[in-house]
Design a protein around this ligand. Structure first.
Ligand code: E4P
Length: 263
């Protein structure tokens, strides 16, 4: 299973890559905005230089950059422009396309699939993003996406919000779901984000679909473990979750004792 870093923050990317275990980076416009705001602090930052630095640190591993356009032709143009500008730097750019680019009041269900198909024909590797159902993932894979990004953590959030269950962002949500009375709270038959990953993994393996399942919006280390058990090919993880995942109080206690006992 591959581990990607979910961040556009250069310092975090450097720190994560120095561990030697990171297989890629995912960014999105919100992560990019946050990273630039953190770095700016009064200074002027050149976005092109900034992205170049990310690609260089991550050389040899994929970095996903997301389009902002939402109409088929504009998405294709923006994706080609991003790919042609940035891929020559380290040959590691994936273009992220939302699986469906409809917005409130603007329905265009198939623009993204058509854009993905066109871009795949132009040899642009695609990460289809904002996926919340196995059927969205199946359709994106059929269009030729190399990666499908399943937003597991956000699905857990959505299920809790729909059912009035309070939570903090990093709270664990059980893979097997939560029961209210005799029934599971769920979204159209999916009881958790891990369930989404698991069902998608089952379908892709059953039909031998050659598209990598990326489990995204990872909220805590237990969820990372459950993504692995559910058959995700990739998990994209924020740096603080990696830090939590490598920690255990008994590890610290044991090391402290060993150091005290050094003869
Ligand atoms: C994935 O590629 C996304 O960038 C990311 O995992 C979204 O995570 P969030 O739900 O914590 O914003």
């Amino acid at each position: 299973m591959k581990l990607f870093l979910d961040s556009a923050n250069l310092k975090e990317i450097e720190e994560a890559y120095h561990t030697g275990i990171i297989n890629g980076v995912t960014t999105n416009p919100s992560l990019m905005k946050q990273a630039l705001a953190d770095k700016k602090k009064g200074k002027k930052i050149d976005l092109t230089d900034y992205i170049q630095e990310i690609l260089t640190i991550a050389k040899g591993t994929p970095v996903s950059l997301e389009v902002k356009e939402t109409e088929e032709k504009a998405m294709v143009e923006e994706a080609l422009s991003l790919f042609n500008q940035f891929n020559p730097i380290a040959n590691n750019v994936y273009i992220k396309i939302p699986v469906n680019s409809s917005l409130k009041g603007k329905t265009r269900p198939f623009d993204s699939l058509k854009a993905i198909k066109t871009l795949v024909q132009a040899n642009v590797p695609i990460n289809a993003t904002l996926i919340f159902t196995p059927e969205q993932a199946l359709m994106a894979a059929k269009a030729g996406a190399r990666i499908v990004s399943l937003f597991a953590g956000r699905l857990d959030d959505y299920i809790r919000i729909q059912h009035g269950i309070g939570f903090e962002k990093s709270d664990y949500f059980p893979a097997e779901g939560i029961k209210k009375g005799d029934l599971h709270v769920q979204d159209n038959g999916l009881v958790s984000g891990v369930d989404l990953v698991s069902k998608c993994s089952h379908i892709f393996r059953m039909y031998n679909i050659k598209c990598e399942i990326l489990a995204a919006s990872t909220r805590n280390s237990r969820q990372l473990r459950e993504f692995a058990l559910a058959g995700a090919h990739i998990a994209t993880v924020p740096l603080d979750v990696f830090k939590a995942a490598i920690s255990h109080p008994k590890t610290i206690e044991g090391l402290t004792t060993f150091l005290e006992d050094v003869p």
